[in-house]
Ligand binder design. Structure first.
Ligand SMILES: [Zn+2]
Length: 118
């Protein structure tokens, strides 16, 4: 006979996990027919960051989260970093850029505001 407390705890953990998975927006899996392999999100190094350290949407002081995307295009032997993504760890606003040949925004995820002062 199943333990009700245990089942309730499992349900609560599942709900928590689902909420966490919802809050981080998905990175694009491909662009222009090339599959993108994303490195894990990391804190953007402040000294190297050409963008503002904080978030304009929610006043999160930063640093923002940064991820690099790699593709292997026709005729190449190995993957190269061609994309980067910036994400606010608080409101999850996310912008994805292709870096070459010109910097171009390819995806945008609006902030998920949970409060009313946005
Ligand atoms: Zn934010």
């Amino acid at each position: 006979m199943p333990n009700r407390d245990l089942l309730a705890e499992i349900d609560a953990l599942r709900a928590e996990l689902a909420a966490q998975q919802r809050t981080i927006p998905a990175l694009p899996a491909e662009h222009d027919g090339n599959a993108i392999t994303w490195r894990p999100w990391e804190q953007a190094p402040v000294a190297l960051c050409r963008i503002d350290n904080g978030c304009h949407q929610c006043d999160q002081p930063g640093p923002l989260m940064l991820a690099f995307g790699l593709t292997t295009e026709r005729g190449e032997r190995g993957p190269r970093i061609r994309y980067n993504a910036h994400r606010c760890p608080a409101c999850q606003e996310m912008r994805v850029y292709r870096r070459y040949p010109v910097t171009e925004e390819i995806a945008y995820n609006p902030p998920q505001t949970g409060d009313s002062n946005a």
